[in-house]
Design a protein around this ligand. Sequence first.
Ligand code: ZN
Length: 82
Amino acid sequence: MLKCREIVRDADRLLAGDLSRPRKMAVRMHLMMCRHCRRYVRYLRALLAAIPFMHGPASDEEVSRVMDHIHDKRGENSDSRG
Ligand SMILES: [Zn+2]
């Protein structure tokens, strides 16, 4: 049985169809029993659908803008609770 944290980590790869078959089965199994993760995956799927550039190749400008954003966030949360 996977932990919720593992589901969160694998969720984007699940939606991208990028998980190995046994791993996908394990995730599915967890989702059947855990409505919190079900909701998380559903939310993530909606989020991905709402961000058009994630479906195709991004321009260099878009990539660097997103990377800047991520680095900003990381700087703020240096005392993260892990
Ligand atoms: Zn869960």
